[in-house]
Design a protein around this ligand. Structure first.
Ligand SMILES: CC(C)(COP(=O)(O)OP(=O)(O)OC[C@H]1O[C@@H](n2cnc3c(N)ncnc32)[C@H](O)[C@@H]1OP(=O)(O)O)[C@@H](O)C(=O)NCCC(=O)NCCS
Length: 164
């Protein structure tokens, strides 16, 4: 399998793949295998993809050399009434990321993060938030990309990246 991948902007037709990535994020822990339908029918996960793509949504998708999606990072504007796990404030977008298991630890996640933060800057956002469980190594990745912990609750951290 080639190690090559390229990023493209997420599009309307990516909703199904983003749903797959929500499932990967929810099942990040080794051995976790909650079924897709169960995860995507739960309100707290469904809101990351429901009605994709809305005007304030933006994302990047990593594609392998055969044009297949292998990972994605995106953000959404969620409301106080229907917040995500990483909600901090109205008008601060929340980031979600997932990489196909076969493509992990090959630089896709970091590249997706950087690409998405560039897009957030272009759109004039000053901050991006996310939520991560404290024992997920992804927390270290986020820290190394400039995210800082702004709050913690039952094993999860909310992190924020300020955009210059
Ligand atoms: C988290 C995730 C998006 C990261 O993407 P990735 O493509 O695997 O990450 P990268 O290859 O860009 O690696 C980023 C850094 O993490 C490190 N890393 C990767 N996998 C690791 C692992 N299993 N354990 C510890 N560190 C790891 C890499 O060494 C790299 O650090 P370095 O640049 O200093 O070498 C991806 O692993 C994933 O989808 N995981 C399951 C879902 C998930 O946890 N989503 C996040 C929920 S908040």
């Amino acid at each position: 399998m080639s190690d090559d991948f390229v990023l493209r902007a997420a599009a309307q037709g990516d909703g199904g793949f983003l749903g797959d990535m929500v499932v990967e994020a929810a099942n990040w822990r080794a051995g976790a295998a909650r079924p897709r339908h169960e995860i995507l029918s739960s309100l707290e996960h469904r809101r990351y993809v429901a009605g994709w793509m809305r005007p304030a949504d933006a994302g990047v998708v990593a594609m392998d050399s055969d044009g297949r999606p292998v990972g994605a990072a995106w953000f959404r504007m969620l409301s106080q009434d229907e917040p995500g796990f990483g909600f901090i404030e109205t008008a601060v977008p929340e980031l979600i990321i997932g990489v196909h298991p076969l493509w992990r630890a090959r630089g896709v996640g970091r590249t997706l993060l950087r690409g998405l933060l560039d897009e957030a800057r272009v759109r004039g956002h000053r901050r991006v938030s996310l939520s991560v469980e404290q024992d997920n190594f992804a927390r270290t990745l986020y820290r190394s990309e400039g995210f800082v912990v702004v709050g913690s609750d039952v094993g999860r951290d909310t992190m924020v990246r300020r955009l210059g």
